[in-house]
Ligand binder design. Structure first.
Ligand code: PBG
Length: 324
């Protein structure tokens, strides 16, 4: 580019707030946001999650009131996570018609029928060992796990879930869920695939929130955080399997991945700003190191700018109440 100064002056278009508003390229509204919620059975009162200021485990029996409050604040979509007291080796409570997953979805839909309820489709909150599937030997068995994912997805859809979001990072999980849903008359229920999910240390606070600590790690199924190209391949594979929406998770440390997938796929793209990203901002603000609202705004704006259409974020209620 030729130097055209003083003809060109970039500051001309930054001269007033009106000008800056007119020229702003990206914004975020509640229309873009999905609020993740934790629902615990056999719990009496809202239980604060110490590692995530402002986030509570919702008692199953108070879910109606909580969902109505979330809806009244303007949130249009939630992602449900169960905190189970009925864990077993295979996570069978998650595909029981009377299990926590089915009950919480039904309760949420009954309380606020227009709220979109997206079911996190995985096992780690329902297995005694905390892994995202059935263990054979030392490993999560892929093909048995995806069979169970299909069962879980059908039970979630029967309970009223509007969208299925498989997060276990098993091969073929989208294929298995699509065919299970289609075989049970749910061909209209979309799948939002956690397609690029990294084995991230940023999930730390979530494990406390969802009660799914585990011995070991998830590196045999979640992606190596040092890889980028592999995420493109994962996204291609999930798209080919029939995913309706792709996802990158975590968000902020993986904006490069988000941008590359955006340029490659025409599917809608979601980004999950995970528990550790949220906690960093909350605790830094509590310590007086940063301005919480402005940093929240900048982080969500960056995720949008990088290419996300949808953002899963624990800040959703803050945005709904305070504006962007
Ligand atoms: C697994 C799941 C996890 C998160 C969402 N779904 C935990 C994991 O994969 O270890 C993490 C979300 C967060 O950190 O906010 N079902």
């Amino acid at each position: 580019m030729v130097n055209r100064f003083p003809l060109t002056r970039m500051r001309r278009l930054r001269s007033s707030q009106v000008m800056r508003d007119l020229l702003q390229e990206n914004t975020v509204s509640v229309n873009d946001l999905i609020y993740p919620i934790f629902v615990e059975e056999e719990l009496d009162d809202f239980a604060p999650v110490d590692s995530m200021p402002g986030i509570f485990r919702i008692p199953e029996r108070k879910l109606d009131a909580a969902i109505k409050e979330i809806a009244a604040a303007g949130i249009k979509a939630v992602m449900t996570f169960g905190v189970s007291h009925h864990k077993d080796e295979i996570g069978s409570d998650s595909w029981s018609r009377d299990g926590l997953m089915a009950r919480m979805i039904k309760r949420a839909k009954d309380a606020a029928p227009r709220m979109m309820v997206i079911s996190d489709t995985c096992f780690c909150e329902y297995t005694s060992h905390g892994h995202c599937g059935v263990i054979h030997g030392n490993d999560v068995h892929n093909d048995h796990t995806i069979e169970n994912l299909g069962k879980q997805a059908v039970v979630a859809a029967e309970a009223g879930a509007d969208m299925i979001a498989p997060s276990s990072m098993m091969d073929g999980q989208v294929t298995a869920i699509r065919s299970a849903l289609d075989g049970s008359g749910f061909s209209n229920i979309p799948i939002m695939a956690y397609s690029s999910k990294f084995a991230s240390a940023f999930y730390g606070p979530f494990r406390a929130a969802a009660g799914c600590d585990l011995d070991g790690d998830r590196k045999a199924y979640q992606m190596n955080p040092m890889n980028g190209r592999e995420a493109l391949l994962e996204s291609d594979v999930d798209e080919a399997e029939g995913a309706d929406i792709l996802m990158v998770k975590p968000a902020m440390p993986y904006l490069d991945v988000l941008t590359k997938i955006r340029q490659r796929s025409l599917l809608p793209l979601a980004a999950y700003q995970v528990s550790g990203e949220y906690a960093m901002i909350k605790f830094a603000a509590q310590a007086g190191a940063i301005d919480e609202h402005r940093v929240m705004r900048e982080s969500l704006g960056a995720i949008k700018r990088a290419g996300a259409d949808l953002i899963l974020t624990y800040f959703a209620m803050d945005i709904a109440r305070q504006g962007f």
